[in-house]
Design a protein around this ligand. Structure first.
Ligand code: NDP
Length: 300
């Protein structure tokens, strides 16, 4: 293996430290404590894990955490009424509605009912538009985390060729926007893209956000390229025992790390950065709401 491992766990800890320092300052100088409200509808086990871990880390950095757990049968009207209440609550600076929502709820409607200034997931249509036009916005946490790691490892991204594999609204598209804003030449690849391997081989940066275990192999990667693996896939691991599973990314780590210059592992890469960026977005939202200077290095 030749690639440098970009340690997302360690980097996320430094981001959380910066957030905690700023939270302490907000309390001491302005008597303000940032607050993050997380809304979970239903009992999706993966969402339960995320929400628990978000709540724990929110408290760890000194912020207030408000958890709202609603029954899976909650009506759209009740959910919208809760969001309206949180929008109006001055103690709440960030609102996150854990996705996916149960099928009877309209996700777009719910997301767009969140006050854009409190939309710490960055999914509100206003924030999407602001990001696309290069204006100050709330930036989706996962792409923000990827950008931070890329800047930290590469310095300036200007002029680099980047391929983003995946065009989802939550990862692929905002990732491409952020790279474009940092003056990369960006190609977005998806399930209909032709010669995807050749495109990736021409890239200085490959970001894989596909949801297909180990799809991107070393043969797709140029020597020395930087590889960011967003994928989180659980696959069978019979070597660990019957019925056991393990987590892998969208990149085949063994072959890709033999040629890449740097690579994020799964787990321990993008995942921890996503939650750290959620906390960063909450402190940023709090500063903006109070007309205060934003912390440096915590936004795009
Ligand atoms: P989506 O399913 O919404 O999007 C997947 C994208 O991959 C689509 O644009 C799709 O193309 C494209 N795609 C699918 N198959 C292929 C293929 N064979 N070749 C090229 N492109 C393909 O996924 P998400 O963006 O939500 O998530 C992607 C991955 O990232 C998942 O593994 C998810 O678990 C993980 N994730 C991790 C996070 C973290 O914190 N680390 C946060 C969010 C997601 P098309 O549009 O043409 O269908």
């Amino acid at each position: 293996m030749s690639a440098k491992i970009i340690d997302g766990k360690e980097f996320a800890a430094t981001v959380r430290e910066k957030v905690a320092t700023h939270v302490t300052r907000l309390k001491a100088d302005h008597d303000i404590t940032p607050g993050l409200a997380v809304v979970l509808v239903g009992e999706d086990p993966a969402s339960e894990v995320y929400v628990r871990s978000k709540g724990k880390l929110t408290v760890e950095v000194g912020m207030n955490s408000y958890e709202h757990r609603l029954d899976a049968t909650t009506s759209e009207a009740d959910l919208l009424a809760l969001i309206e209440k949180l929008n109006a609550d001055p103690a709440v600076h960030g609102i996150l509605c854990q996705l996916p929502l149960p099928k009877h709820l309209n996700e777009d409607l719910v997301i767009n009912s969140i006050d854009p200034a409190k939309d710490v997931d960055g999914f509100h249509i206003s924030n999407v538009g602001l990001l696309a036009t290069g204006q100050k916005s709330m930036v989706p946490c996962t792409p923000l985390g990827c950008l931070m790691m890329l800047r930290d490892h590469l310095g300036s991204l200007s002029g680099l060729n980047a391929v983003v594999v995946g065009r989802s609204n939550i990862v692929g598209k905002p990732m491409a926007q952020l790279l474009l804003r940092d003056s990369c030449t960006v190609t977005i690849a998806h399930s209909r893209t032709k010669n995807i391997e050749a495109l990736c081989r021409g890239a200085d940066i490959v970001v894989a956000a596909v949801g297909r275990p180990e799809m991107v192999t070393g043969e797709w990667i140029a020597k020395g390229a930087t590889v960011i693996d967003v994928g989180i896939n659980r696959i069978p691991a019979p070597e660990k025992g019957e019925g056991k599973t393990r987590l892998v990314g969208d990149v085949d780590f063994a072959s890709a790390s033999a040629v890449a210059g740097a690579i994020t592992p799964v787990p321990g890469g993008v995942g921890p950065m996503t939650i750290a960026c959620l906390l960063a977005n909450t402190v940023t939202a709090c500063c903006r709401a109070n007309g205060l200077d934003e912390p440096e290095g915590l936004t795009a």
